[in-house]
Ligand binder design. Structure first.
Ligand code: AMP
Length: 191
């Protein structure tokens, strides 16, 4: 069973993804990381992808869906995958669902919740050490968060209606949240 991790920017999703992956043997697919790697390449595609990331907008549908499908079909069938950052809108959800079905992969979801204002503060802190261009401006951070609220929340809602989502509050220490994540995953995996 695969896992899709949702959460507003700054909720600690990346950190928790790594911990859960270590504990349960997931391979991580991080949509933003894959796209940043493409953006760093000196190609036409790289330049195009970079132009969206830099302003905090979702990259075009076909680009991200190609990246996901290629990455997932390359992985061994018996490796569980933790998806971080996909699907991000209803259009991606439709295609993600069909890719997963085609590849015979089932998944469930965890949504890490956080007050958006806390998220903004955490990301501005992260910007000081990680140097991500899209973290440095508060305007870009807020734009990405608005996209999450307007486009990704309806996706979470749809999966919730299927009974596939557990919520974990993204407050407390990294270790405390990790305990709740493990509980949520165990509950989902045994459904
Ligand atoms: P993240 O690392 O998840 O904050 O993503 C950084 C940036 O990568 C986003 O602001 C988008 O420009 C792009 N991105 C990440 N995931 C997706 C996706 N599923 N669809 C489109 N663009 C994405």
């Amino acid at each position: 069973m695969d896992l899709v991790l949702f959460g507003i920017q700054g909720c600690g999703k990346g950190t928790q993804a790594k911990l859960l992956a270590e504990q349960y043997g997931f391979g991580i697919f991080e949509a933003g990381g894959e796209l940043r790697a493409i953006a760093a390449s000196d190609t036409d595609l790289g330049k195009k992808v970079k132009s969206y990331i830099d302003v905090g907008e979702l990259v075009p549908h076909t680009i991200i869906m190609d990246v996901v499908e290629q990455a997932v079909s390359k992985r061994p069938k018996d490796q569980k995958i933790l998806f971080d950052g996909i699907p991000r809108d209803e259009n991606q959800m439709k295609d993600f669902d069909s890719v997963m079905k085609k590849l015979g992969r089932e998944f469930r979801c965890i949504h890490i919740t956080l007050d958006p204002e806390k998220g903004v503060r955490r990301i501005l802190e992260r910007a000081k050490t990680q140097g991500r261009a899209d973290d440095a401006s508060e305007e870009t951070i807020r734009k990405r968060m608005n996209t999450f609220t307007e486009k990704t929340m309806p996706v979470i809602q749809s999966y919730t209606e299927r009974g596939w989502v557990r919520e974990v509050a993204g407050v407390g220490s990294v270790e405390e949240i990790a305990v709740q994540m493990a509980k949520a995953w165990k509950a989902l995996a045994s459904l």
